[in-house]
Design a protein around this ligand. Structure first.
Ligand code: ADP
Ligand code: F6P
Length: 320
């Protein structure tokens, strides 16, 4: 192995730069040359690349976003797209690729590995929705940002005796909503993993809390649940509370990565290159019981995510 490539793919996540830095520096320290691919798989298809050296990744450990840019490439989902990417790897004598992204990106990495280009995936997404790993790069920063935003919303909700609905990201995964809801002391947390009854689990719960003297409320809703507007209308009608919605949106994707995201991104980036050096392919780096492990990508993609029902139950007993 002489030359490896690295790319970021899918939605950007804080900490991707820290992972990139670790990949580049580990590779160079082990005698490899490193090519940075711009805009994910699209850059691999079109050959949009830059050479990376030790100093190319200076001063990025604390920066959000990704200096390599990222993209969602529909062409890479086709056989022709894969063939073009394989050709770029042949032309540039790329012996392995590190892919920093989510499970969609890993599906692409698996196809590229099968086509003869060894790939290693690093979980990078704010959603924490990669079943094989307890942790994904960006999740800690995103949840801390969402918590801070919810705290600010609480100030005004408290001052005006309002009910504030905070809608957070996460695609079909409720982890951002769960942790934000716990940390913000939300009376109601709605996630796609738990079916709910609007009367019993939302209206009656708020009324019960009103009966115990609470006058302002935070309701956190995962975007995968949807219906925020409808839920707001029902709360307003049934409880008489002035109810407003804040959709946090892309503020959750930006910002300087937290300590946790930087530390784990560094370790994951280092391990990904070590796996390539050991001759491994079609693997994904993951966190299991607080330690780094690696899995076959196809096995990893078959795993089912476990929602933390215990944490949900505990916070429902506390935030009343
Ligand atoms: P994430 O990696 O965050 O889950 P996406 O699902 O958007 O984000 O996937 C990122 C990119 O990975 C896609 O734009 C596409 O280029 C590639 N990809 C996703 N699914 C596949 C697939 N089934 N086959 C090949 N490439 C894929
Ligand atoms: O996967 C990260 C994520 O931010 C999701 O939480 C969200 O559903 C999606 O990306 C939004 O994607 P986009 O910014 O492309 O609309």
């Amino acid at each position: 192995m002489k030359t490896i490539a690295v790319l970021t793919s899918g939605g950007d996540a804080p900490g991707m730069n820290a992972a990139l830095r670790a990949v580049v520096r580990t590779a160079i320290s082990n005698g490899l040359e490193v090519i940075g691919v711009k805009r994910g798989y699209q850059g691999l298809i079109s050959g949009d690349v830059i050479e990376l050296n030790l100093r190319s990744v200076s001063d990025i450990i604390h920066k959000g976003g990704t200096i390599l840019y990222t993209a969602r490439s529909s062409e890479f989902k086709t056989d022709i797209g894969i063939a073009k990417a394989v050709q770029t790897c042949k032309d540039l004598e790329i012996d392995g690729v590190v892919v920093i992204g989510g499970d969609g990106s890993f599906r692409g990495a698996s196809k590229l590995s099968n086509a003869g280009v060894p790939c290693i995936g690093i979980p990078g997404t704010i959603d924490n929705d990669i079943a094989c790993s307890e942790y994904t790069i960006g999740f800690d920063t995103a949840t801390n940002t969402a918590m801070k935003m919810a705290d600010q919303i609480r100030d005004t909700a408290q001052s005006h005796d309002k009910c504030s609905i905070v809608e957070v990201m996460g695609r079909k995964c409720g982890d951002i909503a769960l942790l934000t809801g716990i940390a913000a002391g939300a009376t109601v947390i709605l996630v796609p993993e738990i079916e709910f009854d609007i009367k019993k689990d939302v209206v009656e719960r708020i009324k019960m809390s009103q009966g115990k003297g609470r006058k302002h409320f935070i309701v956190v809703i995962a975007e995968g649940v949807g219906q925020s507007q409808e839920i707001a209308n029902i709360i307003r009608y049934e409880t008489g509370l002035d109810t407003m919605i804040t959709i946090l949106g892309h503020v959750q994707r930006g910002g300087s990565p937290t300590l946790t995201d930087r530390v784990y991104a560094g370790e994951m980036g280092n391990l990904a290159v070590k796996l390539l050096l050991e001759g491994k392919s079609n693997r994904v780096v993951a966190m299991k019981k607080g330690r780094l492990v690696d899995y076959d990508i196809n096995d990893a993609l078959k795993m089912k995510r476990k929602f933390n029902f215990a944490a949900y139950k505990a916070t429902m007993e506390v935030s009343i």
